[in-house]
Write a protein that binds this ligand. Sequence first.
Ligand SMILES: [Zn+2]
Length: 474
Amino acid sequence: MLSLLSLFLLSTSILGSPLGDYEKELKKEGLNVENIHKLLKEESKEVEEEFGNKEAQAEIKKLRTLYASTCPANGTLQEVKTELVINGELAKDLFEGDIVLTPEQWKIALEKDPENPMQRRQALTQAIQMWQPMGAPVIPYTYEPGFPADKKQIILESQRYWELRTCVRFRPATSADRNVVSYNHNSGGCSSSVGMNGGKQTINLAPGCMSVTIVAHEISHAFGTLHVQSRSDRDQYVQIDTANIQKGLEHNFMRDPPYYGALSTYGIPYELGSMQHYSEKAFAIDRNRPTIYAKTAYSQYQYSMEAPRATFYDTLLINKMYKCNDRCQNRISCQNNGVQDGSDCNKCFCPRGWAGTNCEKRPADAQIVNLNGSDKLRVEVGDGVNYREKLYIIQAPVGKRIQATVNRVGDRQWNDCRFIGMEIVPTKDTRNSGFRFCANSRIQPITSDSNTMLVWVYTDNQRFNAEISFTIGN
Ligand SMILES: [Zn+2]
């Protein structure tokens, strides 16, 4: 069983192989491929039905019109190479574009009541396996043959990124390790399985996937996270436009997908701006239009899906999943919505705009901008080579509020804010991510709920600039 599983995992790592080979492996695992086909069809139907009702269709129609009126003209934007763009046709062999399902997960999904196929088996337990031990999980890692030495630095940086924020630790695998993550560069795309599979599991990272942005996202899947839009409460936040999804791929937009058993959100609120939320144009027929719309109440988030780095809540999710704070003997009090740090019990993990042991002060490298009345600010970041970010803290007199209007974005503009852009956080509670801009989308002015507003700019390896106007109001 174990060797077959490794064989399966090995074969799925040879990405680019046609679905035929993939199916052969599933057959070897004793899975009924015809039932899988049936399952995918049912799932696609389920998604279509979920959003096929009159009310949803009416809202989608409104959202399409709104999008058309705020989106910059087609053809003027640079296409951003997200995982799904890189994966291309390959994404069809995966789940939700970048997830490798294990035979066990397929089996779980197929375990339905044959008399009532639309009814999922009740009382499924959590089927995502976690790395052990809880509270201090260790992930042994290695590289598949041929992994270029000069790309290993990005892996180490991405692992370090998570180690600094969570209690998860990585160490080079030894021959005694049974459960190992292996980074594979000889693949067609970027993908990972969800949680610990048991045995060796590959994180596939083709040449286009070699950035901390993508590697950290794929590692998060290996920790056990799914995409946010598959949460059971997603229908309160997003509308899926199935008319713009390539036929037969609708199953990738399932709510509460059955492959993982009972899912928990760990009490984390739904976040459109999460690092694990799908890009809005995934699997689109017309890539100038979204497949996922933020519902009317959240439409300012339309360009905010898929963060370049883990958000506060993305980080909290990992720390809750692995019970990172359970090992802390002490309790520490944190200000400004901070929480005890998953990586270090003696300090707080702070939401954006806060720093210090107890989140009591502003980050030393933030630029404070005190408004005088009507101010124009040019924000910029990037050296054209490395990942760079910069935070501006905009302040008005106490008791006043700030209105921001984005006048102009950059010299170049992008169709997705994953790797480059600007985020405006208008809320005093900065745990939730804000509104992102990476093109001259005509979004209405943004008003703060206190006398401060954050502007966070970021770029992977380019340069970004924008101009914002601020006015002080009551
Ligand atoms: Zn993903």
